[in-house]
Design a protein around this ligand. Structure first.
Ligand SMILES: [Zn+2]
Length: 265
């Protein structure tokens, strides 16, 4: 129970923390409270010593997150999230007609839409990162993420402005939410330079070229791989220092005969 004095000995704000299931129970202490007109911020503190036995890698894209977890490629679908953004983008677009005649109403509606869009998108990301954090905790796995300081060099390459904005939002929000959830569970996060991760061949590091659809083909060794898989394999190699042979050897059974053929050459 938190009892915060608003006016000394006259008015108190009493909060029963047990009522909020999403507040972690395993904290060591509560930090300095911040009360504003709109919200109360309660910093929960816990001493952790992040340690990982294995590493998993995550590559965030516009409509999916591709991961390498325990030697398997896992895809998390972000299409529902993309749809949320599209719905509100459409609402905003329709509002443009109203803007001339009723600027105030338009502004208010725009604010409302933005707030709702954000809430729904955050809720989606919270649930997804909670699920992933739990999965990694069971495996005692740390997470390898791309260093977003260099995000321009990759995610933003060649897509439309609106989609670029969303990709960036996805990547930042996913990383932010996953990182603090993992830290709370004493699991470390490692960031690696994402330069060329979706263009360098995971087998020989030569340049890959567009092949068909989302597939890329190495111009040197001829291996054909999905672009997102290429990115996540490169992240794993950079972050966990796994040699390509070991990594691809483990993946070969699930990635089709072609990979096995090239790999065994
Ligand atoms: Zn190659």
């Amino acid at each position: 129970m938190l009892k915060i004095s608003i006016e000394p000995r006259r008015r108190y704000l009493v909060i029963d923390l047990r009522r909020y299931s999403w507040i972690p129970k395993d904290f060591d202490k509560i930090g300095g409270l911040i009360l504003t007109e709109r919200e109360l911020i309660i910093p929960l503190k816990k001493r952790v010593e992040p340690r990982a036995e294995v590493w998993s890698s995550f590559d965030v894209n516009l409509t999916n997150i591709t991961a390498l977890i325990k030697g398997s490629i896992v895809r998390y679908d972000l299409r529902r999230l993309y749809h949320i953004h599209q719905v509100y983008e459409e609402k905003r677009r329709r509002l443009q007609k109203l803007a001339k005649h009723k600027p105030r109403t338009t502004r208010k509606l725009l604010e409302k839409y933005s707030r709702r869009e954000r809430e729904r998108a955050m809720d989606f990301m919270h649930k997804l990162t909670a699920r992933i954090a739990e999965e990694l905790a069971n495996l005692k796995s740390g997470a390898i993420l791309e260093d977003l300081k260099d995000i321009k060099s990759r995610i933003l390459h060649g897509s439309k402005k609106y989609n670029r904005k969303l990709s960036k939002w996805n990547a930042r929000m996913f990383q932010f939410m996953l990182e603090y959830k993992l830290k709370w569970l004493s699991l470390p996060v490692k960031r690696v330079d994402p330069r060329n991760t979706s263009r360098a061949c995971p087998v020989c590091q030569a340049l890959m070229a567009a092949y068909r659809g989302k597939l890329l083909r190495c111009m040197k060794c001829g291996i054909i791989l999905d672009r997102d898989v290429v990115a996540v394999l490169n992240l794993q190699m950079r972050g966990a220092g796994v040699p390509p042979r070991v990594l691809l050897g483990a993946l070969a059974p699930m990635m089709g005969k072609q990979l096995v053929d090239i790999y065994s050459r």
